[in-house]
Design a protein. Structure first.
Length: 317
């Protein structure tokens, strides 16, 4: 059977790409990415008051496709536009709450902590994502030549500043200090993995703070990220990225969250942390090291299996 073709629409951010690509892979689509750019005037308006017209966005989408998977505010109108244009010839799926009428989409995929309800809403524990256990196994050896086999491994996954969290020197020094006290002084080696949002000065700070026996990944490196997740005994993720915490939960390994003072209150983050704590997936990074277990999360496959049943019944002609 010929694979269905997928069109992935995002704003180009790692968390969004991870979610749409993860779902596309789980649905076994042959897919391409389209980074959505809105025309200047329409960047100022929320989707609910934006006209569903092609003059809203710069992209000229001419490729044949069967399934549109979108994520992020900017991709809402393009997805709805394509659905109205092609009707039942395509299926459109939006990840995250779109802030418009839900019936504009065949499916909405939203994390449980969003508390979004609707007949076409599929909920996941945390974010769906692109990581698979196959890929973790494939790149396990990528960092192994740099590993001290006499030590355990802790990986620090860094996000970056957002409208909710700051990354000032005091906060970063506190996180690095806890890693040194809790792990390095107890026969661990640290791997520091940056993301696309991590400022260069934070990577430089890690290089200056930790000694030469530690592994600081200087650039965004997916292979290093996968390898670090696979070979770590403990994982630490900064609190600004629920996506990367969700990705780490595929490993079943203890995950510490490096909390920071919030610039502004966000109930969604609190609900996410409460859910993952209740599932025994995460603990806050404080002054001790524990070992614990939990059921590995594979929410992307769960959601994909629910959608596959509808795809089988859908007439794309």
């Amino acid at each position: 059977m010929t694979k269905l073709k997928g069109l992935l629409l995002t704003e180009g951010m790692h968390g969004m790409i991870s979610q749409v690509e993860g779902l596309a892979k789980a649905l076994d689509l042959e897919f391409i990415h389209e980074k959505i750019e809105l025309n200047n005037f329409w960047k100022l308006f929320p989707p609910k008051i934006t006209p569903v017209q092609d003059f809203v966005f710069k992209n000229k989408i001419n490729t044949n496709f069967d399934v549109v998977i979108s994520c992020g505010r900017k991709s809402v109108i393009p997805s709805i536009y394509l659905k109205k244009k092609f009707k039942n010839k395509i299926m459109n799926i939006h990840i995250q709450e779109p802030k418009v009428a839900l019936n504009n989409f065949d499916f909405i995929v939203a994390p449980e902590h969003d508390d979004l309800k609707g007949d076409n809403v599929l909920t996941s524990k945390g974010a769906v994502h692109y990581l698979t256990n196959y890929e973790l196994d494939e790149y396990e050896n990528y960092l192994k030549p740099r590993i001290n086999t006499q030590k355990k491994i802790v990986t620090l996954i860094l996000g970056g500043p957002t409208r909710y969290y700051d990354y000032n020197n005091q906060i970063i020094n506190s996180i690095f200090s806890k890693i040194e006290k809790n792990f390095l002084k107890n026969n661990y080696q640290v791997i520091v993995v940056p993301s696309m949002r991590t400022p260069q000065h934070i990577i430089d700070k890690a290089n200056n703070y930790f000694d030469k026996d530690q592994i600081i990944i200087s650039n965004v490196d997916k292979k290093a990220y996968l390898s670090a997740l696979k070979i770590s005994d403990h994982i630490i993720v900064t609190c600004d990225s629920t996506s990367m915490i969700s990705e780490a939960a595929i490993t079943g390994k203890p995950i510490y969250v490096a909390q920071m003072p919030a610039i502004k209150d966000n109930q969604r983050f609190k609900s996410f942390f409460n859910l993952f704590e209740s599932l025994n997936i995460i603990k806050e990074l404080n002054n001790s090291v524990e070992n614990w277990t939990y059921t590995k999360l594979n929410e992307t496959n769960k959601i994909a299996n629910q959608i596959k049943e509808k795809i089988k019944q859908h007439d794309f002609s």
